[in-house]
Structures are given as structure tokens and as C-alpha cells.
Design a protein around this ligand. Structure first.
Ligand code: NAD
Length: 468
């Protein structure tokens, strides 16, 4: 059994789920395979109608689901509503985009008849983390089900409750198994799992990629990041921009893969930046109970996460925002900006995944670009400037899977924009046409014109190798 505590009130057990032991995973996957055979034979538009109904059911329950999500993750209620609403919007976007993404693509011309058929893989294993458990599962569930696959989701034991209810509301060939790494490994290594989609940290990603690789099972990996936010020398430090940057850093207590995790500012503007950032935080950053109105930052997810954030609060620490939490009740950390730590410190070189952020001064664009691109991870990045063309030119030089201009957050972005890292931040894509394409395999049927009944025999005969 997994009992999930409320990280904002650790004396409270929010709920429990039954662990699926590795020995039971085989039966679950076999059942999913049988469901896949039935589901993949259902016409695409009927599958999409069922997914539309699923989206409506989730939307109708959003109030209750958001409270449950806030209680199991410690995220502010408004953010939980936002995440579930976004997941519903994404599922509807999949329904709209699927007909062209998964339809046959046929040509018939002087070279012959060619049909590209998009076929499901079979059973998809979706292994997901706790920090955004609904949207990160939906990014896999939506396209996988639309394409005709069955899905077995293994959520994090730190956030197993809301996703179980969401999955039941979506219906279709969708199963949830619970447990930690052993259950996940039994799922990924199962011979009937034909595609793996993993989101999480490097250690889990490495283990999952190795297991999937051993079976030659294709996989999508979305891993961690250490995103730089670079403010160019003309970047306005106006209230709205600074408030956006503060929330891009501290939403979900800094536990977001693509949070702004390192801030870089021209050295000559460092003091005025610190002043503007601290002032913006005092307006928008309120740490407290996730269910209390107006709170924008809750606790971190666990005792271990709190200890790790506390260790990073060293040096020139500026406390941020209003702290209205009771640290004795839950895993609360006072959010902080650390001014000019050593570039070699852990706060700068690794993903902190908590509410402590460094700001560093820089002397030239080349120097800051080298610092921004330093390291193994290349998930996201952002550049801030009054001149959009200049920002785009700078952004091209980031070693990152995607870059934002004057923001560092998906809010307001098109669902058409694909997402995924480079370097060691993962492989594959989510969102966008690329994300849909991950869940269908292309099979080609080709009748060369030369061999159609009645066609004149080709020069060189039937076995001649094409010239050139
Ligand atoms: P995690 O890697 O500890 O766990 C993720 C999932 O993998 C969980 O369900 C876990 O039980 C499972 N798992 C772990 N080891 C496994 C193994 N050996 N075999 C099979 N399954 C295994 O990650 P986490 O702590 O839940 O999430 C935080 C990390 O996820 C951060 O690094 C963050 O940046 C990253 N993340 C990335 C994205 C993205 O889209 N790139 C999004 C959110 C979070």
C-alpha cells in the first residue's frame, strides 16, 4: 500500500493506493495488449469521440480533482486547476490534430502508388513524475490512445491519487499501476510493451533507457534541466517582466523541469536587477497553505527535498516574498535568491529542483553564452531583451531544446510548439506534431508503376538495380 501524506500538513494522509507488485505487471500488460487489439480496430473518429467524452468528464470534475491534486502535491490550488485545465485543453487539441497526424498519406503518380499508414505500436508504458502528474501523463495518454495504442501508466508514488481518478474518467484501454522503480522496471521490460515514454530524472531515465534498449523498445525520454535565463543589457526590469520571471522560477516551489534555474544579468546592472526582482517577489510570491486563497507557492514535495533546498541557502541570501507558512506543519522552504555564488557551486552547476535560485553577473554576451551552455543538460533557456530580433539571434546560440523570449514558461504558448531537450536532457518530443508522431509507426505500402499489371516492361528487366 502507498499512503500519500499532504506535504503542507504532514500529519494528514490524503489517500492510499494499492501497489502493483512486479509479479502482477505481466497480467496487467497482457490485459492491456488484448484491449489494444480491440481499440486499434475501432475507427479513428470513434476513438476521438471517446477521448472527447473523457475530456468533458475530467473538466466536469475539475473542482474536486484540483483540491485532491493540491493536497497530494502541495501545489497551490489555482495552479492545480490550471494544470488539469491545461491537460483537458491538450486532450482536445489532440482530438483536433489527430485526423491529420494519424491518417493515411497516399500518392499515386508516375512513380506508382505509395501509401504511408500510421499504425499504433501496441502497449505503451508511461512512467511519470510527481511535479506535474496530470499534464505529464496526458501528454503521453492523449496521443497514444488517439493513435490506437493501449496505455499503462505508472505514476510516481509521491503523486498517485489524482492521476488514478483522471485515468478512470478518460476510460478506454488505459490502466494505472502503482509502485516505485521495481514496478516501473517490470513494466518497461515487458515483452508486450512496444513503446516507452518516460519523464523524470537522469538516474531513472538511464535505467529505463537501458531496459528499453535491451529489448530494442523505442522510447521517449524527458529528463531534467538546469535552464538559464539570460537578461541582455537592454532587458527592461519593469514590474510585469520581473513578476513573470519570479513566477517562472518559483512556480511549484521551483520543482519544474523547465523553471528558470540560473539567472544571468550584466554585472553593471546586477544591483538594480536584485532590487527589481526582490520587489517583484514581494508582490507576487506568497508562500503558504496550497488551499489558502492568494497563495502562489506551497511546500516542497518531501522531507528530502526540503533538506536539499535548505543546504543550498548559503552565501548572499535574499529571502523572497511573503512567508505565511507554518514550517512545523509541512515541508515549507523560504524562497531565496542567492546573489553571485561561485559559478562552480552546486546551486549553479546542478538542477536544484527547489525554491532557491542563483543570480550571476556577466561581462559580455560571449561569456554569458558560454556559461549558459555549460553543462550536460539542455532542456530550455530564455533570453530577455527589448529587441525581439536581437533576442531571437541570441536564442539560436543556446544549446537547448527550446528557448523562450521574454518569458520562461509555457503559459500563453501554442500547443503546436514541441517540447523536449537536447544534450542529456532526453530524446524525443512532446506537444506539437512531433509529440503526436511519437505514438504511431509509419508503415509504407508501395506499388511501383513499372510493375503494375499492363505496364510496359522496364528496360533492364525485373531484377535490374536502379541506376544512380
Ligand atoms: P524520478 O526519475 O525519480 O521518477 C520518475 C518516475 O520514474 C517515477 O514514476 C519513478 O517511480 C520512476 N522510476 C524511477 N526509477 C525507475 C527505474 N529504475 N525504473 C523504472 N521506473 C523508475 O523523477 P522525479 O523525482 O519524480 O521527477 C523529478 C525529475 O523529473 C527532475 O529532474 C525534473 O527536471 C524531471 N522532469 C522532467 C520533465 C520534462 O518534461 N523534461 C518534466 C517534469 C520533470
Amino acid at each position: 500500500m502507498i499512503y500519500r501524506e499532504n506535504p503542507a500538513r504532514t500529519s494528514e494522509i490524503v489517500g492510499h493506493v494499492i501497489v502493483t507488485p512486479p509479479s502482477t505487471v505481466d497480467a496487467v500488460v497482457r490485459q492491456a495488449h488484448t484491449s489494444y487489439l480491440r481499440w486499434s480496430a475501432v475507427p479513428l473518429f470513434e476513438r476521438l469521440l471517446a477521448l472527447s467524452d473523457g475530456a468533458a468528464s475530467v473538466e466536469a470534475s475539475i473542482d474536486d480533482l484540483a483540491v485532491l491534486l493540491a493536497r497530494e502535491t502541495g501545489k497551490p490550488l489555482a495552479d492545480c486547476r490550471g494544470e488539469i485545465g491545461f491537460a483537458v485543453r491538450f486532450l482536445r487539441w489532440v482530438v483536433a490534430a489527430a485526423p491529420s497526424a494519424y491518417a493515411d498519406d497516399a500518392t499515386d503518380d508516375e512513380a506508382g502508388r505509395l501509401v504511408r499508414v500510421r499504425k499504433p505500436y501496441g502497449v505503451v508504458a508511461a512512467i511519470t513524475p510527481w511535479n506535474a502528474p496530470i499534464i505529464l501523463a496526458m501528454l503521453k495518454i492523449g496521443p497514444a490512445l488517439a493513435a490506437g495504442n493501449a496505455v499503462v501508466v505508472k505514476p510516481s508514488p509521491l503523486a498517485p491519487l489524482t492521476i488514478s481518478r483522471v485515468a478512470a474518467l478518460i476510460g478506454g484501454p488505459l490502466t494505472v499501476v502503482h509502485g516505485g522503480a521495481e514496478t516501473g522496471a517490470a513494466l518497461v521490460g515487458h515483452p508486450l510493451v512496444r513503446k516507452v515514454a518516460f519523464t523524470g530524472g537522469a538516474a531513472g531515465g538511464r535505467a529505463v533507457a537501458a531496459l528499453a534498449g535491451d529489448r530494442l523498445t523505442p522510447s521517449v525520454l524527458e529528463l531534467g534541466g538546469n535552464d538559464p535565463a539570460v537578461l541582455l543589457d537592454d532587458a527592461p526590469f519593469d514590474d510585469a517582466a520581473m513578476e513573470r520571471l519570479v513566477m517562472a522560477t518559483f512556480a511549484t516551489s521551483g520543482q519544474v523541469c523547465m523553471a528558470a534555474k540560473r539567472l544571468y544579468v550584466p554585472s553593471s546592472r546586477l544591483d538594480s536587477f536584485v532590487e527589481a526582482y526582490v520587489s517583484a517577489a514581494s508582490r507576487v510570491l506568497i508562500t503558504g497553505d496550497p488551499l489558502a486563497p492568494g497563495v502562489t507557492m506551497g511546500p516542497v514535495i518531501s522531507a528530502g527535498a526540503r533538506a536539499s533546498s535548505d543546504r543550498l541557502r548559503a552565501g548572499d541570501v535574499r529571502d523572497l516574498g511573503r512567508f505565511e507558512a507554518d514550517p512545523a506543519a509541512g515541508y515549507f522552504v523560504r524562497p531565496a535568491l542567492v546573489v553571485s555564488p561561485s559559478p562552480d557551486s552546486a546551486l549553479v552547476t546542478s538542477e536544484q529542483f527547489g525554491p532557491v535560485v542563483p543570480v550571476l553577473g556577466y561581462s559580455s554576451e560571449d561569456a554569458v553564452l558560454a556559461a549558459a551552455n555549460n553543462g550536460d543538460l539542455g532542456l530550455g533557456a530564455s533570453v530577455w531583451s527589448a529587441d525581439e530580433d536581437r533576442a531571437f539571434a541570441f536564442a539560436r546560440r543556446f544549446e537547448a531544446g527550446f528557448a523562450f523570449v521574454n518569458t520562461h514558461n509555457r503559459t500563453g504558448m501554442s500547443l503546436r510548439a514541441p517540447f523536449g531537450g537536447v544534450k542529456r536532457s532526453g530524446w524525443g518530443r512532446e506537444y506539437g506534431a512531433e509529440g503526436l508522431a511519437e505514438y504511431a509507426q509509419t508503415c509504407v505500402i508501395h506499388a511501383p508503376a513499372a510493375y503494375r499489371p499492363g505496364a510496359p516492361a522496364p528496360a533492364g528487366g525485373a531484377t535490374a538495380y536502379p541506376a544512380g
